[in-house]
Ligand binder design. Sequence first.
Ligand code: FAD
Ligand code: DHB
Length: 390
Amino acid sequence: MRTQVGIVGAGPAGLVLAHLLRLEGVESVVLEARSREHVEHRVRAGVLEQGSVDLLTETGLADRLHREALVHHGIELRFAGRGHRIALSDLTGGRSITIYGQQEVVKDLIAARLTIGLPLLFEAEAVGLDGVGSDRPTIRFRHEGAGRELECDVIAGCDGFHGVCRDSVPDGVLSAFTREYPYGWLGILAAVAPSSDELIYSNHERGFSLHSLRSPELSRLYLQVAQEEDIGEWPDDRIWAELQVRLGLDGWTLHEGPILEKGVTGMRSFVIEPMQHGRLFLAGDAAHIVPPTGAKGMNLAIADVRILAEALVRWYRTGDPAGLDGYSEACLRRVWRAEHFSWWMTSMLHRAPDTDAFDRKLQLAQLEYVCTSEAAARSLAENYVGLAHV
Ligand code: FAD
Ligand code: DHB
């Protein structure tokens, strides 16, 4: 098999890239290790920045999104027994966030590609890359029980944090910057109407919790737990009891309902530099991870491939490699801004095992400042909705 751009991974990064390239007449093949059923039902992120929605809208992918998604103009920060609204739209000249599950974005992208019969292979696991330093790089993959090869001009490594593309870069080329957090998130999807119209980020002395939603009938909630927490230790009753304590506020009721899905995710910050080597370009979680507190993961993946698609189109049209050469640098400005914001939100809202009374006072002072100073609130808001100019 041969194509122009070989894309490894059918998450938001790989699928949006394939779509943007198709619109500009550049050919690609997408290889995805898992089944269609699996990727369409993997519950993950839920917050789209304005810029991500704009891109999906401009490229004809947002019809269902505009029918079903929920546009939010604020979030609540809850601490010390009180709730404070951060008026995102008022503070950012009218920008907003949109609640639409990552798996819904993925479903829309898969349908768009398969409807027009373009190549997207499920259960096609890349096992290695060859010749990324040459002008004929190749992806080795397994499909339908056989070993196969895809020869490309360029490879886009969109295969997430645990993929194979990053590891195919020779030793010594990439620098990695990492931070592990001593906690994780236990996330649930529950068949119950959301208890609030907007997201609630709560700092409680027992740990962080988050109230989010997916639709008028579906709530999504998270609890800070230990990094390697055994989900078996968390029967549904215990989850609801802990959420009641951590989100509890006089005059407000958290509605409970059947839990449809639950899981634990570890938290880390991670960036590799540069995000490219030879004819291999890494995008999304393959190149960087943020802790989920800033709701940035899926948005960064989409922002990377917008830059990559423009660079590839320019190269194919004019032979000019400047966009490709500058890909990593262009992405990393936004990546590091999001890394800082996500680390900052995480540090302000979670309780680390070694937190002492001094740390706790600092957290509360910072939260108080964000909720009483317009300048501080605006800084949070512009990062949360997504910085347009980075
Ligand atoms: P992915 O979505 O991971 O897509 C990579 C794809 O590559 C996958 O489909 C994978 O199956 C495939 N793949 C991997 N290896 C191979 C291979 N060898 N060959 C072929 N295909 C391969 N962000 C938030 O903002 N909020 C959240 O609540 C949140 N929760 C998360 C929960 C989990 C469990 C995880 C893992 C991430 C979560 N994130 C969250 C982060 C967000 O979902 C990611 O940032 C986003 O998925 C990045 O998109 P991506 O396309 O780069 O990677
Ligand atoms: C959701 C996830 C996040 O990481 C976040 O910061 C806000 C909302 C969600 O899944 O709805």
